[in-house]
Structure formats: C-alpha cells, structure tokens
Design a protein around this ligand. Structure first.
Ligand code: ATP
Length: 472
C-alpha cells in the first residue's frame, strides 16, 4: 500500500493539491487544487453529474451555501450536529473521542493485538453517550498519541457548524451558518423543483457543492477537512417503498466506483450500528486508505424526517398530491451522499503504481497513475521525436487541433522515455509521437499508458481513436 506522504508529495510536486495559504504557513483543514487537481476534480464531479442526472427522473439544483438559520433548527443540526471532544491535559491536544479510540484499535490490530482490539471495538459499538466514550478511554488506558499520557478531561459536545453574520451588525439576530451538508438545500427546494419540473415520486434532486464543518481534528490530507465538497442526491419516493429503493441505490453507487476503476478489493460495505436520528437504513461505502478503511459515500434511508420537519417549522406543505389516485403523502427519501474531495483522494491512492519496466529496450522504473481516461487530468500528450526536420511544427499542429477536444500537453524536452515518464506520473492515458515516418505518410505512434503498447494510426484518426477508448 502506498504511503500517504508519497501521495501528498506527488500531489504537490505535480500540481494536484497544495496546502491552503502555504506562504503563511498553511491553514489546518483547508487545501487548494492546482492545475492538474482542478482538472481531475472537475472530471470526477462531471462523471458523477452525468451518471446521476443524465437519466430519467433526476434533476439538479445549485442552492446557496448560506441558508435561512431556521433550516438548521429544523434539520436538527443546531441541537445535534456535534462531535464528542476530549482534551489531553498534558499536551493540550484535542481529539474527537470516537476517532481517538478507532485509531488506537487500528494501532493494536497492526501490532496483532486483535483480542484487545476486538474488545474495544465491541464496547465502541454500544456507545450511547459521551460518558461511554470516556469510560472506554479510561478502562483501556488509551494514551494521547502526542504526550503518551492518560490524563484526560471528560468528553464534551462540540458543534461543528461555522457561524457567521449577515449584515453589518454582529448580533444574534444576524447569525447564520455555513452549510454543514448540501442536502438541506435540496429539501427546502423540494416543492419548487417538483412543481416546476413537473415531477412525481419516484424522482431525485442532485447537487454538487461546498460544505463546511469545523472538524475537531483535521488530518489525513483531504480525508477530513473543514471545507469540502459533496455530491448528493435525494431520491423522493412513496413511503413503504424505501427498502427496494435503498437496495437499488446501493448497487448503483457501488458500481459507479467500480466502473471508474476503483479496485473492488479495496472497497467494502459498512453497516451503521447506530442510526442517525433521521435514518431507518444506512450503509457506507468504504475505501482502504493508507490509514485504514474510511467512508467515501453514505447511502441512507432518511424517511420523511427532513420534509416533515421543514413542513412544521416553515408552515409550508411538503406533500405530493396524487390527484389520479386521490392520495397525498410526504415522500420518503433515499440519500446518496459522497464527498468529492474524499473520492478524489481515494482515486489518487487507487491509481498510484510503481513498476519496473522495459520500454524501447531500456529498463526503467516508473510511477504511473492509472486514472480512468474519463478522470485523467490530461488526456493526450504530443511529442516530436526529435526537435528538427519539421517534426516540432507537425507535432505542435496536432497539439493545437486536439486541444479543441480534450486537455492536451505538448512536450519537447528530454529523451522520449523521460517524456513518457512525466506523463505516466500524472496519469495521461495517451501519448502521440511524431517521427520521421509521420512526415512521409501522416501516421503517428500512439502509446497507451497502462500496457505501454504503441499503435501506428493516421493523424486524421487520433481524435476518434481516443474518444473510442474513453467511452469504453
Ligand atoms: P464522518 O463520520 O467521517 O465525519 P459523516 O458520516 O458525518 O462522516 P456524511 O455526513 O454522511 O459524513 O457526509 C457524506 C460524505 O461527505 C462522506 O461520505 C464524506 O465523503 C464527505 N465528508 C464528510 N465530512 C467530510 C470532511 N470533514 N472532509 C471531507 N469530506 C467529508
């Protein structure tokens, strides 16, 4: 398994992800996407958007990040969106109590101390209140990873919503929150969308957008950040049909990751032992990160908790009225909620490979990012074999032509092998080389990243050749 540091340094070196405001020492829990990162992220979101909305009965919205503060009272976030927090008195370090315990379990398992790890896991699955976390930490003498001591404060609740103010006066009446999930922007627009798009259940509303959580601990690169992006779809259905739609969306979402090239051996289901206040079924799709399995997407059956709650807080009806069957109901909801930034990171890890190779008769080592061609930030690189005899001009023209269809790079510097290596490292699926023969018969070699096999094809067929492979 690749080390997280290797991914972070490649991400920085090649311009995928930088620490936010790095020149000022960075800001914990915030990251910036560089030139290649933004392409990969956009491709990832685009793949999701096409999958979810280019089908019957699902439409999109893009709601404001700041919403009426009553939204968060109705959704339960003001009262309940908190994490259990614990402080170590020696180091003054602050932790999410459940994460502290989980990381301890992970360490024990790595040391083959499975018996004790299982005992802690068993206790963790039964936690109901903050004191239960505290008792586990004390009973198993879980030490602070920084100071190694076990002098802990009690476990308290910490609300994760970022507060700010609307208007010039900073007082309670103007207090608003940065949305901690994009889902509520969908729920409050349920009637607007259903009526304007003339939809009836089952139908879905999809949204991609930023969410903000003042996480107690941010670490593991993009896994847990304070600003992140979600890709969420709420599917509105007739009450009583939730089990079948839940199963349907589980399968759809799992397959989406697999079809984009995620290694199924690194994926697993996690059933929720404890359900959120709104859910009646819930599972997560987990991916194996270098620090253990972690959620990349949740599929939840949310009943009609949210719509009911908005109905009573706003006084506005949130019903579907079926005039044909004389039926009316507040729909149930199946939610698919994935993190764009977490998924992005999972694909960085999933794609990373280091291999010993022989290419053009020479031995070499290469780092290759095996992104699905739909995700790869650069689709094509074009090279002249040598920088003379009209080859650069010819290659540059191909580059200009192909740029109209997909992100393309042009590279003339260094030996051809080095140019391939540079493209392998950023996951470019195709490289075209213009050589002596090109000038005579207008054919080029096109090399495929994973197999390293080269085809010779007419210049006029490059675009078609690539489109064919991308769609596979
Ligand atoms: P966790 O238990 O890890 O805090 P959660 O169960 O609260 O996550 P959800 O509210 O279900 O997460 O959010 C849906 C998705 O949003 C998650 O699957 C994840 O991909 C993403 N996500 C949630 N919190 C963060 C975060 N702090 N940073 C990056 N992505 C996040």
């Amino acid at each position: 398994m690749v080390k997280l540091d290797t991914i972070i340094s490649l991400a920085k070196r090649r311009g995928f992800v930088f620490q936010s405001s790095e020149i000022y020492g960075g800001l914990n829990g915030f990251w910036d996407y560089g030139p290649l990162g933004v392409e990969l992220l956009n491709n990832y979101k685009q793949a999701w958007w096409r999958e979810m909305t280019y089908r019957d009965n699902i439409v999109g919205v893009d709601a404001a990040i700041i919403m009426h503060p009553k939204t968060w009272v109705a959704s339960g976030h003001v009262a309940q969106f908190s994490d259990p927090m614990i402080d170590n008195k020696t180091s003054k370090a602050r932790y999410r109590a459940d994460n502290l315990i989980e990381e301890h379990i992970f360490k024990l398992k790595n040391k083959n101390k499975t018996d004790i790890a299982n005992q802690i896991e068993e206790r963790l699955s039964k936690v109901e209140k903050n004191e239960d976390y505290y008792q586990i930490i004390i009973d198993f003498q879980i030490p602070d990873p920084v100071s190694g001591t076990t002098d802990w404060t009690e476990v308290r609740n910490f609300n994760l919503m970022f507060k700010t103010f609307v208007g010039p006066v900073e007082d309670e009446s103007g207090t608003v929150f940065l949305r901690p999930e994009s889902a509520q922007g969908i729920f409050v627009n349920f009637k607007n969308v259903m009526d304007s798009a003339r939809l009836k259940p089952p139908f879905g509303i999809a949204q991609i957008g930023k969410a903000f959580r003042n996480e107690i601990n941010t670490k593991n690169f993009l896994f847990r950040t304070r600003e992140f992006e979600q890709m969420e779809m709420q599917y509105f259905i007739k009450p009583g049909t939730e089990k079948e739609w839940f199963e349907y969306w589980k399968e759809q979402r799992w397959n989406w990751y697999v079809n984009l090239g995620m290694d199924e051996k690194k994926m697993r289901w996690k059933l929720h032992d404890k359900l959120a206040h709104y859910a009646n079924y819930a599972v997560d799709i987990e991916f194996e990160f270098p620090f253990g399995f972690g959620e990349i997407e949740g599929i939840h059956s949310r009943t009609n908790f949210d719509l009911n709650s908005h109905q009573s807080h706003s006084g506005k009806k949130m019903e579907y009225v079926d005039t044909v069957n004389q039926d009316r109901y507040v729909p149930y909801v199946i939610e698919t909620s994935g993190g764009a930034s977490r998924g992005f990171m999972a694909f960085l890890i999933n794609s990373y490979n280091e291999e010993k190779i022989v290419e053009d008769g020479k031995e070499d080592t290469r780092v290759v990012m095996r992104f699905h061609p739909k995700l790869a930030p650069i689709t094509l690189a074009v090279f002249p074999l040598v920088n003379k005899d009209g080859m650069p001009e010819y290659a540059h023209q191909i580059y200009k032509d192909m740029q109209k269809f997909f992100p393309t790079q042009y590279d003339t510097s260094g030996a051809i092998g080095r140019r391939y290596r540079r493209q392998d490292e950023i996951g470019t699926p195709f490289c075209v080389t213009v050589d002596g023969q090109t000038l005579q018969d207008h054919t080029v070699t096109i090399r495929e990243r994973d197999s390293m096999l080269q085809d010779r094809i007419p210049v006029s067929k490059i675009r078609e050749y690539i489109f064919d492979k991308i769609e596979k």
